[in-house]
Design a protein around this ligand. Structure first.
Ligand code: DSN
Length: 425
């Protein structure tokens, strides 16, 4: 038995004890390796991050914060959390960081917990226009317990309608104004949001889950100088473990810390916090900055190549890692496109487009992102090939993996991922 049995994962032992789950680990890795992963919110985190995740830090209860825990034996995990906090603050040039959120949704809950009482008003982007469940949708705690008012995009530009944000803020005087979401291809004007929030005396919250990695890599402007609080996930472009975090101004540090623990969460996941620390170190390197620039370059190339083939990116393109594609021009629904692409080894997701005539389960669009394929080393030349493969699969393919188009596209996907492997052997 080697040391990595204790601080990493021992696949051999797992396979001997539980072949069912060991088999899933193998086949999931094979799934990742054999297809094109274009889900905009996914990435391939490093073996170093995965090692921290699979460590004995998972065993430790550490409710509280470093130096102020409700359990003994926390000296080592305190070190991990302090390192993660300091790295996170440095990476985003922030006054304060809380790295305990279990997910983006938990970090968002803390914003409600810190600043709002049930029934108070939040102004945020509507889900069908690119927002997020936790931004006041009726199915979520945020829409059930708070009064959510939603802005959307301008019908012509398909970008955020800032005049509408301003008008709704003046009308409803929200406690919190939120910018950010899960299907916004363009940069957000944080300065304009800040000015609107200041005018009505609202807290300005940026949910940067999708684009925080691009901020970390200095590929796009940061919301940190403008926002009271910035929440994010750590597993998207950022490429860390599946989790969340937030940064905020000193003024709100105490309220947000208390909202994470003890208000919303119990014991922090110390293995994940250690993995976040590893990830923040990775993000501070020139290689990561280069990666984030390549993610955007690839995303723009992919959107342009799809546009040439009649698959229209909303807003006419993208400034980020994702584009939202309107399939009405090729007369295919988002649901059909997702199923056809999947059968051809291309993983993407159906997505509502603004003013979508279809229900969200069918949708008129798909969302594609380049974090994974860029991690695999693909560049602009490969985006042209991927656009052709998507177009073929979506317009001529079938949900049946045995269909001749599915087979033909899968063969080309296979060539591409052999040249640019995920997790090279
Ligand atoms: N589910 C995430 C996404 O795919 O964008 C957002 O939470």
């Amino acid at each position: 038995m080697t040391d990595d049995t204790f601080y990493g994962s021992d696949y051999g032992a797992l396979k001997a004890f539980d072949p069912d789950i060991a088999g899933v680990l193998v086949s999931e890795l094979e799934r990742i390796r054999s297809g094109l992963q274009l889900i905009a919110s996914e990435n391939l985190s490093s073996p170093e991050v995965l090692t921290a995740l699979g460590s004995t830090l998972s065993n430790k209860y550490a409710e509280g914060y470093p130096g102020r825990r409700y359990y003994g034996g926390c000296a080592e995990v305190d070190k991990a959390e302090n390192i993660a906090i300091e790295r996170c603050k440095a990476l985003f040039d922030a006054d304060h960081a809380n790295v305990q959120a279990h997910s983006g949704a938990s970090a968002n809950q803390a914003v409600y917990g810190a600043f709002m009482k049930p029934g108070e008003t939040i102004l945020a982007m509507s889900l069908p226009h690119g927002g997020h469940l936790t931004h006041g949708t009726k199915m979520s705690f945020s829409g059930k317990w708070f009064n959510a008012v939603h802005y959307g995009v301008n019908q012509e530009t398909e970008d955020i309608d800032y005049d509408q944000v301003e008008q709704l803020a003046r009308e409803h005087r929200p406690k919190v104004i939120c910018a950010g979401g899960s299907a916004i291809p363009r940069l957000i004007d944080f300065e304009r949001f800040r000015a609107i929030a200041d005018e009505v005396g609202a807290i300005f919250w940026v949910d940067a889950a999708h684009f925080i990695g691009l901020v970390a890599g200095k590929a796009i402007p940061s919301p940190v100088p403008y926002a009271d609080v910035v929440t994010f996930t750590t597993h998207k472009v950022l490429r860390g473990p599946r989790s969340g975090a937030l940064v905020c101004t000193e003024e709100h540090a105490k309220a947000l810390d208390r909202a994470i623990f003890p208000m919303m969460q119990g014991g922090p996941q110390m293995h994940t916090i250690a993995a976040k620390a590893v990830n923040f170190l990775e993000c501070a390197t020139p290689q990561y900055q280069e990666y984030t620039r390549a993610v955007i370059e690839n995303s723009q190339a992919l959107a342009a190549a799809l546009a040439e083939r009649g698959i229209r990116p909303t807003t006419g393109g993208t400034d980020t890692h994702l584009s939202l594609l309107d399939l009405q021009g090729v007369e295919v629904t988002g649901a059909d496109a997702e199923a056809r692409a999947d059968a051809a080894g291309i993983v993407l997701n159906k997505n509502a487009i603004p003013f979508d005539p279809q229900s969200p389960n069918i949708a008129s669009g798909v969302r594609v992102g380049t974090p994974c394929v860029t991690t695999q080393g693909m560049g602009v030349a490969q985006m042209e090939i991927i656009a052709e493969l998507i177009h073929t699969a979506v317009t001529k393919g079938d949900a049946d993996p045995d269909h001749e188009v599915s087979r033909a596209v899968r063969a080309q996907v296979s060539e591409l991922v052999t040249e640019f492997p995920a997790y090279p052997r």
